[in-house]
Design a protein around this ligand. Structure first.
Ligand SMILES: *[C@@H]1O[C@H](CO)[C@@H](O)[C@H](O)[C@H]1NC(C)=O
Ligand SMILES: *[C@@H]1O[C@H](CO)[C@@H](O)[C@H](O)[C@H]1NC(C)=O
Ligand SMILES: *[C@@H]1O[C@H](CO)[C@@H](O)[C@H](O)[C@H]1NC(C)=O
Ligand SMILES: *[C@@H]1O[C@H](CO)[C@@H](O)[C@H](O)[C@H]1NC(C)=O
Ligand SMILES: *[C@@H]1O[C@H](CO)[C@@H](O)[C@H](O)[C@H]1NC(C)=O
Ligand SMILES: *[C@@H]1O[C@H](CO)[C@@H](O)[C@H](O)[C@H]1NC(C)=O
Ligand SMILES: *[C@@H]1O[C@H](CO)[C@@H](O)[C@H](O)[C@H]1NC(C)=O
Length: 521
């Protein structure tokens, strides 16, 4: 059989094919079955084409690495959409995705992956959806044993292979062992697009999109190079980050050679057993985590934010996070229906923008014993002699959403983005002042007014029936969830239980319970 035979769309059923065709199809089918689960070829040559197979409900492998640990293929997302992804086959975790921005192409014969000089994902309606870059003529596409996808040219003169394009230069949410992440590269972006990690001159930092503008531009975590073994020399060039096989996240500066300017070690630093594999991933909750594949599961080895309350938004807008659980409640204590609620819900809908030019105005929410959830050095402050003056400086400023005042020190922190989760503290000298835009608050108040005394009885009945129904559904759901959890990989269990809304949820951990290699309907 031709090794390079593309994986084609299913055989046509409309006419009875000739016998030799049938035999051929049978042969292909058997060959595919035997090649499973690491099916797919090890090299793609010019002229290659593939379309999604309608009978595959999870993952259609196209190109595999020499060890069979990784595979590039079509991944079915959201039941009818397609992502061109590199999967770690033993755990079915996506390591890289070619087309992360929606809309995804459909899982239909309109969608096609082809290679002739460039690897192109296209759709007969929308045209080119994604493609590799580079103008050099190229000959082959290979997947390396570290998951790096490379488009190469065989240089006839030097008789060497030249890499024209590689997926390592276009990271998604994951960095793998040996992959260079430079400040020139695009950010590492969490599924959902709300959080991103980037490198600065001498630091790495994570940013959030708090105002719904679509750009993660608010810093919430920063790690400056400690420069224990080598200094960052200004002007010498950018820094880069790499997950090292010895078990650490190293920062290097161009020109400093192999001596790191910073080392963040994993739990198994220098004592990894067996032939493991490290990855670092920015999670949908905004944490950066490092894992090691121990041959059976992904073991959590590093967390940039060890405490759940230190994350940018663990309890949603106007939520309150208390360390130790962590547990979530709402900033508004009078909102008794939401004072204790499961994580993932919202106390108030996430607002956008600010108060400048807003006619609706705002109401104010005050709370004692609250603090900023993450590094305060990253947030602007003024010194004021009193709480009133601190509140006043926020009240008058239309870009200010709230303030946290420390009565002991006089520090007045001004929050200039929509209020996310705040930190609950026992220190009663810390005061919180929060603006709630009237369009949000007003719509709630209006709803309350409508439910007069007559409607109240009906409402109670409605609430009761919803509770009973919700309880039943919840119980069944919980059992199903528990059952599912048992079968999940450790990497999925380590998640803090903060559900991540967003367009890539299907690509995230959840859907991978259902991915089975070569599964046919
Ligand atoms: C991966 O490939 C490199 C060279 O291409 C080789 O040195 C290394 O041993 C391989 N690793 C595994 C796990 O196969
Ligand atoms: C990462 O960068 C180092 C230093 O520039 C280089 O030697 C190495 O080959 C790079 N690795 C990859 C996978 O590109
Ligand atoms: C990295 O350093 C080399 C010399 O050490 C220099 O030629 C090169 O321009 C530097 N790269 C950048 C991006 O500054
Ligand atoms: C790759 O496969 C080998 C055996 O086939 C296994 O020992 C190793 O753990 C795998 N590596 C990864 C990263 O999955
Ligand atoms: C703030 O601190 C001052 C003195 O340190 C104290 O007199 C005042 O009562 C405190 N205000 C509040 C609201 O606790
Ligand atoms: C309003 O607050 C922002 C930050 O919260 C600050 O940068 C700006 O200078 C303030 N404007 C005024 C007029 O105080
Ligand atoms: C799934 O598809 C539906 C309908 O096209 C869309 O509304 C929804 O946002 C998609 N979900 C994800 C996670 O992409």
């Amino acid at each position: 059989m031709d090794k390079l035979a593309p994986i084609n769309s299913p055989p046509t059923r409309s006419h009875s094919p000739p016998a030799h065709h049938l035999l051929f199809v049978l042969f292909i089918t058997i060959a595919t079955l035997f090649a499973s689960p690491a099916a797919g070829q090890t090299e793609i040559r010019s002229g290659f084409q593939a379309t999604p197979d309608q009978s595959i409900s999870s993952f259609q492998p196209i190109l595999k690495d020499p060890t069979g640990n990784f595979s590039l293929g079509f991944l079915r997302v959201n039941s009818s959409q397609l992502a061109l992804s590199v999967l770690h086959l033993p755990s079915l975790q996506p390591i890289w995705q070619a087309n992360p921005t929606p809309p995804s192409p459909s899982w239909s014969d309109r969608t096609r992956l082809s290679f002739s000089g460039r690897l192109v994902l296209s759709d007969s309606r929308r045209g080119v959806i994604w493609s590799t870059t580079g103008t050099d003529p190229t000959d082959t596409v290979v997947l390396l044993n570290n998951s790096n996808l490379q488009v190469k040219r065989n240089d006839a003169v030097s008789a060497r292979e030249v890499v024209v394009w590689q997926s390592f230069d276009f990271p998604g949410n994951t960095l793998v062992e040996g992959q260079n992440f430079s400040s020139g590269a695009a950010a590492l972006v969490a599924a959902g697009g709300r959080y991103a990690m980037r490198l600065g001159d001498d630091f790495m930092a994570m940013y959030a999109d708090f105002d719904g503008g679509g750009v993660p531009d608010r810093i919430y975590w920063k790690h400056k190079a400690l420069e224990a073994r080598a200094d960052v020399v200004p002007g010498r060039g950018p820094i880069r980050l790499r997950v090292e096989p010895e078990g650490f996240l190293g920062m290097y500066q161009n020109g400093s050679g192999t001596t790191p300017v910073d080392v963040q070690s994993f739990n198994s630093f220098r004592r990894r057993v067996g032939g493991g594999f490290y990855i670092v991933r920015i999670e949908p909750d905004g944490n950066l985590k490092g894992y090691n594949w121990d041959g059976a599961s992904w073991v959590l080895e590093y967390q940039a934010v060890p405490d759940g309350c230190g994350l940018p938004d663990p309890c949603g807008s106007y939520g309150l996070c208390r360390p130790g659980g962590p547990t979530c409640s709402c900033l508004d204590e009078t909102d008794e229906t939401r004072s204790s609620r499961p994580t993932g819900g919202q106390c108030l809908p996430a607002p956008k923008g600010n108060f400048c030019g807003q006619r609706d105005g705002f109401r104010v929410l005050r709370r004692v014993g609250v603090d900023l959830p993450f590094n305060k050095e990253l947030i602007g402050y003024v010194m004021t002699p009193s709480l009133e003056e601190c509140e006043g400086s926020c009240e008058r400023n239309c870009t200010c959403w709230g303030a946290v005042y420390n009565n002991a020190s006089g520090f007045c922190y001004l929050v200039d983005y929509p209020i996310q989760t705040m930190l609950g503290v026992t220190d009663q000298s810390k005061f919180g002042y929060f603006k709630i835009r009237n369009d949000e608050a007003g719509s709630k108040a209006r709803k309350k007014k409508k439910t007069g005394s007559g409607a109240r009885v009906g409402l109670v009945f409605l609430c009761l029936s919803v509770l009973v129904l919700g309880g039943a559904v919840g119980f069944v759901g919980f059992r199903a969830w528990k059952k599912n959890l048992r079968g999940r990989n450790r990497i999925l269990e380590e998640d803090e239980g903060v559900s991540a809304p967003g367009p890539y949820k299907d690509l995230g951990s959840d859907s991978f319970r259902s991915v089975e290699m070569g599964e046919r309907r």
